[in-house]
Design a protein around this ligand. Structure first.
Ligand code: ZN
Ligand code: ZN
Length: 403
């Protein structure tokens, strides 16, 4: 169970405690007393992990080989059946003027009708033997997948990043034929998106209502869909994932895990933690050997620099932890994927606390679950990539190295 971005740095306003040290977390503390504790570097000491690369590492994949960009995981997360070799991009629906100036990168924060726009974009046919797959995500966000031979993810972004600038011509980044060919295709797709969307009924209605039309797509964050050994084969388990964001769901899908949707899971501090807890308890009693859980709200509060929300959210998550602790006969690991300190408002490379509760553990003396208390526990300091090995060994499911 990964509480996204929960770990933090000491804050003067908390008497030099971290939010996790200051929050009232009786259940997590009880778990520390019953378990074996340590701190973890999601990738390695001092490396600032993204949520995606941290999760890959924790699941036993080398992020430096598997991770080529955020696009593939976003695409899998919104339900595109990506295949190894596909080139995936994150996109914005944006508003462009006839001369290509982007007047609103978020197309008036469009919320409805993007599925119809995506349907239209899926009709794009290219003279090259490349398939164009387009899928809307939340709000103005979407994904684009190019499928075909001779493609590369070494291409630049079209998104100018600021309103009032012309969208950028995409170019190959590494001088390869594949990158140059992919850039040509992408430029065509962007141009066609404007032709197809500028007079689309959804946009006509938007303009009549005084809203900015979503008349162009701006791809960025190209990545090649990796060849990842299915998690279930790697560890001989049946696995599932309960996560709130498309990014983490996408990682689970690319790893071949079952993805369980929870109603009311928003990825924010307003998420329905009760539904999440119920789903965890229900699925833990089904025939899964392994469930990856990600709860996102603490990270959001960290990015917003909102201490009050972070403290409150940690205390609410404590209740969920208490309920999962009641499930018998399982190993329960509680940790974070990285620190998102209030003072930094972004991820840092600080290690995160980790506790394992379950049968036959060498229980240590740690009595509180937080960044500093956990550091003196029996696990000492480990890396994200150690977790699956430790878990498989505790479950007597690992193979011996040597005679
Ligand atoms: Zn994260
Ligand atoms: Zn984050």
């Amino acid at each position: 169970m990964i509480i996204d971005g929960m770990a933090d740095r000491p804050l003067e306003e908390l008497g030099n405690k971290t939010p996790l040290e200051a929050a009232k977390t009786p259940k997590m503390d009880h778990m520390s007393q019953l378990g074996v504790n340590g701190i973890m570097d999601p990738i390695k000491p001092g490396i600032r992990a993204g949520s995606d690369t941290a999760h890959l590492s924790i699941l036993g994949y080398d992020p430096y080989t598997v991770y080529t960009g955020r696009g593939p995981f976003e695409a899998a997360g919104v339900g595109v059946d990506v295949m190894p070799g596909d080139i995936a991009f994150r996109c914005n629906f944006s508003t462009a003027s006839a001369d290509g100036i982007i007047t609103d990168r978020r197309a008036g924060r469009i919320r409805e009708g993007t599925d119809e726009l995506a349907d239209t974009l899926n009709s794009i046919e290219l003279e090259e033997d490349v398939e164009v797959i387009f899928k809307e995500s939340t709000g103005h966000r979407a994904v684009l997948v190019l499928r075909g031979k001779g493609l590369s993810d070494q291409v630049s972004d079209a998104d100018p990043k600021h309103d009032g600038k012309k969208f950028k011509e995409v170019f190959g980044l590494d001088g390869s034929l594949e990158a140059d060919a992919t850039a040509v295709i992408l430029n065509k797709v962007i141009k066609k998106s404007y032709e197809l969307l500028k007079d689309h009924p959804v946009n006509i209605e938007r303009m009549e209502n005084g809203d900015n039309p979503a008349n162009i797509i701006l791809p960025r964050g190209a990545g090649a869909v990796p060849e990842a050994e299915p998690f279930n084969d790697k560890y001989d388990v049946k696995s599932a994932c309960i996560a709130e964001t498309g990014l983490i769901q996408g990682i689970a899908k690319i790893a071949g895990m079952d993805v369980i949707e929870v109603e009311g899971a928003t990825g924010g501090v307003d998420t329905n933690l009760d539904n999440i807890a119920n789903s965890i308890i229900k699925n833990a009693s089904l025939n899964y050997d392994f469930i990856l859980i990600n709860i996102d709200g603490a990270d959001e509060a960290g990015h917003d620099g909102n201490l009050k929300e972070k403290l409150e959210f940690i205390e609410k998550v404590d209740e969920v932890v208490g309920r999962i602790m009641e499930i018998e006969d399982l190993y329960f690991i509680l940790t974070a994927d990285h620190s998102t300190p209030i003072s930094v408002m972004d991820h840092t490379g600080d290690p995160v606390p980790l506790v394992i509760k379950g049968p036959n553990l060498r229980v240590d003396h740690v009595s509180q679950f937080n960044e500093r208390a956990a550091a003196s526990g029996g696990l000492c300091r480990i890396r994200g990539s150690d977790i699956m090995n430790i878990l498989m060994d505790l479950m007597n499911r690992s193979s011996k190295f040597g005679a």
